[in-house]
Structure formats: C-alpha cells, structure tokens
Design a protein around this ligand. Structure first.
Ligand SMILES: Cc1cc2nc3c(=O)[nH]c(=O)nc-3n(C[C@H](O)[C@H](O)[C@H](O)COP(=O)(O)OP(=O)(O)OC[C@H]3O[C@@H](n4cnc5c(N)ncnc54)[C@H](O)[C@@H]3O)c2cc1C
Length: 479
C-alpha cells in the first residue's frame, strides 16, 4: 500500500491475468510482451518520476481523502494549484517519454466522476458519491492506474443507442441483479487498457429517454471475467516485437478494443445507472478535462520534436541556416501557445458543489482544437528540418551486415566529427515521433473528434455577452 515504485507497478500488472489478443494470438504475459511492455514503460514513467528527487514535488501530493501522499494521477483537483499541476505533469511526462504516457485518461475519469456522482445524488437521493469515494480511496491507497472506457463503437452514427439494429453498439446493461449488473458492448481505442489496473467506463454521449440501459458508469479490474482486450495495430508496432529500428529507447503507445462479453459489475462499483439526463454532464466533464490533458502532454512532445530538429541541424551542418531557425521558432511558439491555453483553462477553473475544481471548458476545448492542427504542423516542420531519411532509413540490420554496413555508415554521415550512429538514431526518433499512428492520430481524434470540440465551444461560450458588448459600442439599446 502507498506509493508504488516503478518495479512494484510492473510487478502488480504481472499479477493480473487479463484476456488479451494481438495479431491473432492470445497473450500469456502482458508485461513480457515487447509491444505492450513499451506502452507499460511509458505509464511506468509516471511512477518512476514520482520517485526522483527532481520531480517528486511535482508528481506527489497530499490526499485529504486518505491523508497520505499520493501520485497526482490519482487525485481529482481540489484547488487551482492542482489544476495547474495537471498541465505541468503532463508536459513533463510528454517530454520524458516522447509519446503518450497513457495515465491521464484515468485521472480525467476520476475527476469527472468526483463531480457528477455528487450532483446525481443531490438530485435523485442516490449514493453514488460515497461509492465513488470508496473506489477512489482504493485507487489512491494502492497507487493504481485507471483507463478511460468512454468511446463506444457506435454502429450507425445517425442513430442513438437504443435505436441501433444491434443493441450492443453502445455498452449497456443486459441484466440487473441484487448484487450488481451484467453489461455487454465494446469500447474502442482503449489507450493503455492493459497497463491499467482498473477500467473505468463512462457514457460516450448525451442520452435521452429510452437510453436508460446505456447510461452507465462503473469501474472493474482489467482482468474481470468476460473482458477481452484486442490490441490494435499501430504503424511501427512490429518493430517492437522484432526489437529492431524502434526509434524511441523504451516508450510506446497501444490502444486495444475492449469487448465486454456479459461482464458482471458488483453493486459497489456502479457509479451511474439509468440517469440519462446526467450522461451529457459526464461526457462534458470527462472530455473537457481530457482535452486539456492532451494539450499538456502534446507540447511536451513538441519539446522533444524541437530538440530532435535542432540536434539534426547540428549533425547535418545546417545549424546556421536562417530558414531552419525560423522553423524552430514556429515549433516553439506552437508548443508555448498550447501550453498557455491549457494553463489558462486551469487558472480559470471553478469549484464545483462536490469540492472538485473543474477547468474552463471553452479554453480546454480551444486548446484541443489548436493541438489537432498544430501538432500536424509541428510534425511537418520537424520533418522539413530533418530531411528525407525520416522516411526510408536503412534498417539497423543492414548497418550490422558485414557486406553493406560500412557503406551505409559512410554515406549516412553528416558533419565529419559527429558519429554516424548518432545521426541514424536521431532519424529513427524523428520517424517514430512523426509516424507512430497510435499517437499522432490521437492528436486529431483523442478526446473526441474535432467537431465535438467545436460544438462544445459554441455551447459553452456566453454568446449573448459578446452580442451585448458589440451592441453597446454600436449605440444600440434593445433593452
Ligand atoms: C489514438 C487514439 C486513442 C484514443 N484513446 C481513447 C481512450 O483511451 N478512451 C476512449 O474512450 N476513447 C479513446 N479514443 C477515442 C476517441 O475519443 C474517438 O476516436 C473519437 O471520439 C471519435 O470517435 P470515432 O473514432 O468513433 O469516430 P467517428 O464517430 O466515426 O467520427 C468520424 C467523423 O464523423 C463525424 N461524426 C460522427 N458521428 C456523427 C454524427 N452523428 N453526425 C455528424 N457527424 C458525425 C465526426 O465528427 C468525425 O469527423 C482514442 C482515439 C484515438 C484515435
């Protein structure tokens, strides 16, 4: 109990026995599978940094709930300072792993639940908040990682949950028992589900009358009977299995589809069941927190991308080229604008009735829209600076080949005094940061598709106040 070391975290996952498939085969040991291990190592960094003197003050804080030191990834924000720290830990980790560390989604779910369960109880006299707090104590005391089971597979997008031809297109309750519920469905793109001890399920969209069976929230261990994790392919994944041309020394991201094949959820782990009118609250709270988290880690990644581009300029002899320096400036200002937007969402946060602090929704969504566009631009700039070998660098296996290895090393050299191996390693890292589909596609779709961000901005902005300001200046008095 208490804060886990990195080793204890990995060992705790080893004790779990999830049902998981990858490339058509059942995985017997998640932590020993190189592809999954690279993702687990990225999450393990959230434990590792909490142990390091340099980062402990940032990563570890005090929980009033259990009156103990906890990892920040288990603490729903209780102050503006906590909201600001969310952004800083994500930047630090994005910088450390150069990909997605995969632990923010769980915190975003915990934070949303800590607000909405309270509000539901106030309206309906239910006891979800107390149940949730018991779960949160368990998470904090054992320093657990949670994932976000939010995105349903959704079938026909023009139809609501209960209107689908196949009723399982949105996860739903198929049986109600005295001791709990049985659920069926599938959640897509489950970032780090096998690196997580607990799977937290929330509704994926607003719901209405008729959708009662679909308005569910709960948490269950990742090896609960009936849960099946099918790991998705990512552009560079087989390199991790080969142990060759990996690019990033250790870290990666993977996103399974998680199938709930009639899974039992015990009563004490149910945090919402049937309250259709609160589904939208759950979605807006989760997705706004998560869109801000995205801003956090992605500018940490742009930091790495900028560092890679600068290093490549040193290695290739282009360090003095004025147009490349301009591109570096363009990368930095994108990262800093994103950082500023995410920080502003924290500083403008407000206390909710449950005591949790919620970020400013409009700023969080503005940050995510910015991320979706500007990450693509930052990648384009990095590739421009680094050159074409990002696309087609010979394999390390060719470098080790006695017949062609010395020739490749001769022709891949940049500046004479820079070891050619360093230039090759940096090209590989750039390739990984530009083309790792599990990470780069999430710049666009993670936390909801771009249209979802835009719709939220329109809905949450005080449009009348803007009209009023314009009318006053124009001398129009309609009141
Ligand atoms: C790498 C990655 C990691 C992710 N991690 C997680 C995670 O950890 N947990 C999680 O729960 N989710 C996760 N997601 C899921 C993410 O939130 C979804 O991808 C996103 O919400 C879009 O949903 P979709 O992929 O089903 O696309 P779709 O819903 O098919 O959307 C495709 C397009 O159609 C539009 N569209 C969809 N429905 C309608 C409609 N009714 N009317 C008009 N337009 C419509 C959308 O705006 C979009 O432009 C992740 C996604 C990615 C790519």
């Amino acid at each position: 109990m208490g804060l886990k070391t990195k080793e204890e975290y990995i060992e705790s996952l080893r004790q779990m026995k999830p049902t998981a498939y990858m490339f058509g085969e059942k995985i017997t040991s998640v932590v020993d599978n190189p592809r999954l291990r690279a993702g687990i190592e990225a999450t393990a960094a959230t434990y590792e940094l909490a142990e390091m003197d340099e980062y402990r003050d940032l990563m570890v804080t005090h929980s009033p709930l259990i009156n103990e030191a906890v990892n920040r990834f288990t603490l729903p924000p209780g102050s503006i300072e906590d909201l600001v720290a969310r952004v800083k830990i994500n930047r630090t980790l994005g910088n450390w792993v150069g990909t997605c560390h995969q632990r923010c989604t769980g915190l975003d779910c915990l934070s949303a639940l800590s607000i909405v369960t309270y509000d539901m109880d106030q309206k309906h006299g239910t006891h979800y908040f107390e149940r949730f707090k018991e779960f949160l104590k368990h998470v904090q005391k054992n320093d657990l990682t949670c994932n976000a089971g939010v995105t349903d597979v959704k079938g026909d997008r023009s139809l609501g949950p209960h209107e689908q031809a196949d009723k399982d297109m949105y996860l739903h309750v198929v049986e109600r028992r005295d001791d709990g519920i049985v659920v069926r469905g599938a959640k897509a793109h489950q970032t780090g589900s096998l690196s997580s001890h607990e799977i937290i399920v929330l509704p994926t969209r607003a719901m209405r009358k008729g959708d009662e069976d679909y308005a569910v929230a709960f948490a269950i261990p990742n090896d609960t009977p009936g849960l099946i994790h099918v790991v998705g392919r990512s552009s560079l994944d087989s390199r991790e299995l080969d142990g060759c041309d990996i690019g990033n020394i250790r870290y990666s991201k993977y996103c399974p589809t998680v199938i709930f094949d009639d899974v039992f959820v015990p009563r004490e782990r149910i945090f919402m069941c049937g309250a259709v009118e609160f589904a939208v609250d759950m979605v807006v709270k989760f997705s706004s927190y998560h869109r801000q988290s995205h801003g956090g880690c992605k500018y940490g990644k742009i930091d790495c991308m900028t560092g890679a581009a600068l290093t490549m300029m040193d290695y290739s002899g282009t360090g003095k080229a004025g147009h490349l320096k301009q591109k570096i400036i363009d990368m930095i200002h994108r990262a800093e604008t994103l950082y500023g937007c995410s920080l502003a969402a924290s500083y403008e946060g407000k206390k909710q009735p449950s005591g949790t602090y919620f970020i400013d929704t409009v700023l969080a969504n503005a940050s995510k829209i910015h991320e979706g566009k500007e990450m693509a631009e930052a990648i384009r700039l990095m590739v421009d600076v680094c050159g074409g070998y990002v696309a087609d660098l010979p394999s390390d296996k060719d470098l080790d080949n006695p017949e062609v290895g010395h020739l490749i090393k001769k022709y891949l050299r940049g500046k004479e005094q820079v070891p050619v191996e360093n230039r090759i390693k940096m090209f590989r890292l750039v390739e990984k940061m530009a083309l790792e589909s599990a990470d780069t596609i999430s710049d666009i779709h993670g936390g909801g598709s771009p249209e979802a961000h835009r719709v939220t901005i329109l809905r949450e902005t005080d449009l009348e106040a803007k009209k009023k300001a314009a009318k006053r200046l124009a001398g129009i008095d309609e009141d």
